[in-house]
Structures are given as structure tokens and as C-alpha cells.
Design a protein around this ligand. Structure first.
Ligand code: ADP
Length: 199
């Protein structure tokens, strides 16, 4: 099966593009959803996080206190690496497992931080959703209750468009309306169906 990794910056349109691919029948594997699943109570990754970071990262109900954990890894590279060493191999393993369960010509693995976490090797092709920063700012401000300054800070903490585009096999330019996005998704869908017959 052809595996396409889909990535892009915050507000570039990843979720919207995935929904459009899904409507065309493409299975989507979502790295963020897996990451959230892995830290549910009872999951080995959550136990490991509590062991390494202390029980103060758990709420009284035993769920992950995300704000506390974020605060602990903020500007502490060693702690951030430790957290990633717990989560990333498990996310990769679960993604690989889910891929083996699928029966489809191709699938999309949505990995927002593909470039930041250097996971380019996971897929046969990399599809980058690219949007101008002005659009990212506008769309995220409409979607989330965050200020322009907060959104700009997230954008600057992520990979640059140049770094993302450098690893792209395919690019969707999400700088127009939703209809234009849909047309590009459909064109890529046809391309992936054709490519899937050659591997
Ligand atoms: P991401 O998953 O990359 O953060 P989303 O797909 O959630 O981005 O898109 C961010 C917001 O912008 C959403 O509210 C979405 O509905 C909207 N959006 C995405 N693409 C377009 C577009 N081409 N035109 C108008 N709104 C868009």
C-alpha cells in the first residue's frame, strides 16, 4: 500500500484536507489522535511519564495534567527530549501497526510535526499543505480563541515553509477558497490511486 505522509504548519488546512481525502474513501491515520490515545489512564506511556516526571504530572483523577507537563518541558531541552523518547517510538509503532491493518490502495498518515521530528522515512511520499502565513494567522484566529501574537509564536516555533517544502514530493497550495482546496485534493487522490498501482 502506498503511504502518504501529510504535513503542514498550524492552520495550513491539514485537518480540512484530511476530511476531504476521507470523503473520497481514503483511510486517515492521525498522529495527534494516537498521541492523545497513548496518554490515557492505564496506557504504559502515561505510567512511564509519571515515573520519569513525577506524579505531579497527573491530576487527582489520574489523567495527564497537560498544562503541568508543558510547564515542565518549557525551555528544558533535556526534559523535552525525555518526553519525546517516551512518546515518539510508541506513536511510530502504533502508526505502523494501523497501516498493516488497512486494506486500501493508499492511506494518509497525518503528522503535523513530520519535519520537526524528522519522520520523513515513514512514508513513500510526503504531501505538504502550504498556506501563506497571513492566511494561517487569519484562519487560526477564527478557529481558536488565540491572539495573533500567540499564533505567530506557534508558527515561529514550527519548521519553516522552506524546510517543509524541501522534503515535499507533493504540495497543496491552500491559498484560495475551500473549493480550490477540494479540487487539489481530488487531483492528488487520482494521482495516488495511479501511483498505488505501480508499487
Ligand atoms: P490545521 O489542521 O492545519 O491546523 P485546519 O484544517 O483546521 O488547519 O484549518 C484551519 C481553519 O481554517 C479551519 O477553521 C478551516 O475550516 C479553515 N480553512 C482551511 N482551509 C480553508 C480555505 N481554503 N478557505 C477557508 N477556510 C479554510
Amino acid at each position: 500500500m502506498l503511504v502518504v505522509a501529510l504535513t503542514g504548519g498550524i492552520g495550513s488546512g491539514k485537518t480540512t484536507a484530511c476530511q476531504l481525502f476521507e470523503k473520497l474513501g481514503t483511510p486517515i491515520i492521525d498522529a495527534d489522535e494516537i498521541a492523545r490515545m497513548l496518554v490515557q489512564p492505564g496506557q504504559p506511556a502515561l505510567n512511564e511519564i509519571a515515573k520519569q516526571f513525577g506524579r505531579s504530572v497527573l491530576t487527582t483523577e489520574g489523567t495527564l495534567n497537560r498544562a503541568k507537563l508543558r510547564q515542565m518541558i518549557f525551555s528544558d531541552a533535556a526534559k523535552k527530549n525525555l518526553l519525546e523518547s517516551i512518546l515518539h517510538p510508541r506513536i511510530r509503532e502504533e502508526m505502523a501497526h494501523r497501516i498493516t491493518q488497512l486494506d486500501a490502495p493508499y492511506c494518509i498518515v497525518a503528522i503535523p510535526l513530520l519535519v520537526e521530528t524528522q519522520q520523513m522515512g515513514i512514508a513513500d511520499r510526503i504531501l505538504v499543505i502550504d498556506a501563506p502565513e497571513t492566511e494561517q494567522l487569519k484562519r487560526v484566529a477564527l478557529r481558536d480563541n488565540q491572539s495573533q501574537t500567540e499564533i505567530a509564536a506557534i508558527i515561529s516555533s514550527q519548521a519553516t515553509p522552506t524546510a517543509r517544502l524541501a522534503v515535499a514530493d507533493d504540495i497543496i497550495h491552500n491559498d484560495g477558497d475551500l473549493k480550490r482546496l477540494q479540487q487539489q485534493v481530488e487531483a492528488h487522490h487520482q494521482k495516488y490511486l495511479s501511483l498505488s498501482m505501480t508499487i
